[in-house]
Ligand binder design. Structure first.
Ligand SMILES: [Zn+2]
Length: 448
């Protein structure tokens, strides 16, 4: 049984899709005005683990993650560089997909772009106006009237927030505290980037983009809507208002949110110089997969504090794991006990730290290497650490160890068992273990 924390009920709930075995999952994707930072990728890894877990539970998953390629920031930055918005944003979109690949994040089924769905957005807004949920301002902007949607605040807990009646916001940068009518359509001057609409030239608001693109590909009610915790309010609250106002049906049965990444104990910001892209990690010699491993060591609903030391520890663990699994035999029937405990952990609200601990326990257990090999490959379908490239593959032994192994073979053949033992200990001191087989010595990396 898969259990997931639902932000709507503020409880861990059993996950049951609307039309099993089909599951529709929407994840809010990036706004492509810059390279994504490692905090954004923490959310993407969390969403990937969610999708992989659903697949491991034999659900037939359809996943959608949008690209926000039109918003105030993109328009402003493109203007500064004297580029068209598509020309400007395509570099960051390409970089985003490259980074996803490096982190072994599985491709989603649909990656819709906001700019390709503007006509649908206009039609959607027309319906909201007809239903009396939205109003047109004199300048041609259209706002959602939150006073007409009684359920407004069900996700974020409206009573805790300040309702600023009569105030409206046009910008994409929202106050996290104040509740206001929000723009569905923003009027613009003729010189700006925009689209035609019944209300004049303008461009869509950020929230309407996600309502339209999610429902376009997943239907009126999504099984799961995922995203970073910073999107819970107002973005997801506003998506609910638009979508449920439009259909009269629940928008998503589960809202699942991933927590923030801190860097050296502080929120990431360009001014604090603790703002890292994936390429900054690579420039320091780290593999993107070491970052993935680091992210998995924390539960997705806990804050994770990134430090270079913690990344180094993750890289070491990953290197160590690879060396261990290289020494294993061909995969055969796995360790059912550990596989079961692994799935229990992952099905308990995606508890990756416990799942990793179960994996390590299995590695250190007395099960035959061929069984461990089979199990780790199964576990890796969820973890995504690419062990398939290493299991049973030839171990890479440093030259100094190789020399000692050869030397030991010679003295052993000559019958000097005392020296042979001494050399075996020396090899062990370097982190390798020798096993004498009929085909000669077999070298294994010691688990540290
Ligand atoms: Zn969104």
């Amino acid at each position: 049984m898969l259990k997931i924390y639902n932000s709507l009920s503020r409880k861990v709930e059993e996950f049951i899709p609307l039309n099993p075995p089909k599951v529709g999952v929407y994840t809010c994707g990036p706004t492509v005005y810059d390279f994504q930072h490692i905090g954004n990728f923490r959310t993407m890894i969390f969403s990937d683990i969610l999708l992989r877990t659903l697949m491991a539970n034999n659900f037939d998953v359809k996943s959608v993650r949008n690209i926000t390629d039109i918003d105030d920031k993109i328009i402003k930055a493109a203007k500064e560089k004297n580029l068209g918005i598509e020309e400007f944003s395509s570099e960051f979109t390409t970089a985003f997909f490259n980074d996803l690949g490096k982190l072994n994040i599985l491709p989603v089924d649909v990656s819709p772009k906001a700019t390709e769905h503007v006509t649908k957005m206009v039609k959607y807004i027309e319906v909201l106006i007809k239903k009396g949920l939205a109003y047109i301002e004199d300048d041609g902007s259209v706002y959602f009237d939150i006073s007409k949607f009684p359920n407004y605040g069900k996700l974020s807990g409206l009573e805790k927030r300040q309702l600023k009646t009569g105030t409206r916001i046009l910008s994409d940068e929202y106050s996290k505290e104040d509740v206001q009518d929000f723009a569905l359509w923003k009027s613009i001057s003729p010189s700006e980037v925009g689209y035609d609409s019944p209300w004049g030239r303008g461009r869509p608001g950020w929230h309407i983009e996600c309502s339209v693109m999610s429902q376009e590909y997943l239907g009126e009610t999504l099984d799961i809507h995922a995203g970073g915790i910073d999107l819970l309010f107002p973005h997801h609250e506003n998506e609910i208002a638009q979508s449920e106002g439009y259909t009269g049906k629940p928008f998503a049965n589960f809202f699942v949110h991933g927590e923030h990444l801190l860097v050296e104990g502080a929120k990431m910001s360009k001014s604090l110089k603790n703002f890292y892209k994936l390429s900054d990690l690579e420039d320091k010699g780290f593999e993107p997969l070491s970052y993935r491993y680091l992210v998995l060591t924390a539960h997705y609903r806990d804050k994770l504090n990134f430090t270079w030391e913690s990344l180094q520890a993750a890289q070491n663990a990953l290197n160590n794991l690879r060396e261990i699994v290289r020494g294993w035999d061909e995969p055969k029937i796995g360790c059912a006990e550990f596989e079961q405990r692994f799935m229990q952990a992952i099905n308990n609200d995606l508890n990756t730290p416990t799942a990793l601990a179960v994996m390590w326990e299995m590695i250190k257990s007395d099960y035959p290497a061929s069984a461990k090999a089979a199990s780790i490959l199964k576990m890796d379908k969820v973890l995504g650490l690419k062990f398939d490239g290493y299991v049973g593959k030839q171990i890479e032994i440093p030259d100094n160890v190789k020399k000692l192994v050869d030397q030991r073979e010679n003295v052993r053949e000559s019958g000097d068992f005392e020296l042979s033992d001494k050399l075996r200990k020396e090899i062990k001191g370097l982190g390798y273990e020798l096993e004498d087989t009929s085909k000669g010595p077999r070298i294994k990396k010691l688990i540290t």
